[in-house]
Design a protein around this ligand. Structure first.
Ligand SMILES: Nc1ncnc2c1ncn2[C@@H]1O[C@H](COP(=O)(O)OP(=O)(O)OP(=O)(O)O)[C@@H](O)[C@H]1O
Ligand SMILES: [Mg+2]
Length: 281
């Protein structure tokens, strides 16, 4: 809990041009090098929060700070901010705009002013990481939804940001690709990247995150380390989510005396291992 804050929201409110409330007095901090999950029902403000993180929209009130310094919304500063904070959009069609996959993924690195061979190497590496190398010359509009999402992720990876924000990245991906994506994120996190993800998948959130932020009606309802996440049962219930399945099952088994000890697994593999260990006694 002690690493410094990379992005801080101080009482951020945002109104869309039609008057709709996007955020309302939202205050929270994302820690450097952390894996944070942002949860909240539809319309809670997750996407609006993310759009503020790399300056795509500006608070109507309050402020956003990076490394303790308020964001500068000048053109050059915004370019720099966007190379440091990469955002993978919820809807891939809102992110992709080039004719081919290669062109799209090259766009960011080219804009950074990198030389051709560096751009080429980064694009190849990023496409490889998301399993899309074979599609480099394919027109973007001919890709499936899941393939488009992978290309969006590659486009952000190619920028090598220090903070990567993913808005519901696993929605629409097949199981294999979800696992591959989590493995890529694991590697990036091990290399020091701060990773923030919105998801509606409670089990994924519990297994993956170190920290959990729950948004409700444009504000932060709670922020807690993942270990304390199942303790938010009342709030989660009120928002229409349950606690993660593994946590529920673990609690039931512990209440019946089947499981003891302080180890609390956060995924089914961990729970299953624990049960096998217990049955070995
Ligand atoms: N372009 C827009 N114009 C007007 N209102 C908007 C716009 N985008 C979002 N809103 C409103 O802002 C609020 C927050 O929306 P946001 O997209 O941030 O929610 P979300 O938590 O990402 O939801 P979801 O889980 O559905 O993705 C909602 O009430 C929504 O209707
Ligand atoms: Mg959203």
């Amino acid at each position: 809990m002690n690493s410094p804050s990379v992005l801080t929201f101080e009482g951020v409110s945002y109104r869309y041009p039609d008057g709709s409330r996007g955020l309302e007095g939202c205050s929270l901090s994302l820690r450097q090098g952390s894996r944070t999950v942002v949860l909240g029902p539809n319309g809670a403000g997750k996407t609006t929060f993310f759009l503020h993180c790399n300056g795509l929209i500006r608070p109507s009130a309050g402020r956003v700070l990076m490394g303790g310094v308020p964001l500068d919304y000048g053109r050059a500063a915004l370019c720099q901010l966007r190379s440091r904070v990469g955002l993978v959009f919820q809807n891939p069609d809102a992110q992709l705009f080039s004719a081919s996959v290669r062109e799209d993924v090259s766009f960011g690195p080219v804009n950074l002013g990198l030389d051709r061979s560096t751009v080429k190497a980064r694009v190849e590496e990023a496409l490889e990481a998301v399993g899309m190398a074979a599609f480099a010359d394919k027109p973007v509009h001919n890709l499936s939804y899941g393939q488009k999402k992978r290309v969006c992720i590659a486009g952000v990876l190619a920028m090598r940001p220090s903070v990567m924000i993913l808005d519901e990245p696993t929605a629409g991906l097949d199981v294999r690709m979800q696992q591959d994506l989590l493995a890529v994120l694991e590697r990036l996190h091990a290399e020091g990247m701060t990773i923030v993800m919105a998801t509606h998948d409670m089990d994924l959130a519990y297994a993956w995150a170190e920290e959990v932020c729950i948004l409700d009606q444009g504000a932060l309802a709670t922020q807690c380390p993942v270990e304390a996440f199942p303790d938010q049962a009342e709030l989660l219930e009120r928002l229409g989510f349950g606690i993660p399945h593994v946590a529920r099952l673990h609690r039931q088994l512990a209440a019946r005396g089947v499981l003891m000890g302080s180890d609390v697994p956060r995924d089914f593999e961990g729970l299953s291992r624990l049960l096998e260990e217990m049955s070995a006694f």
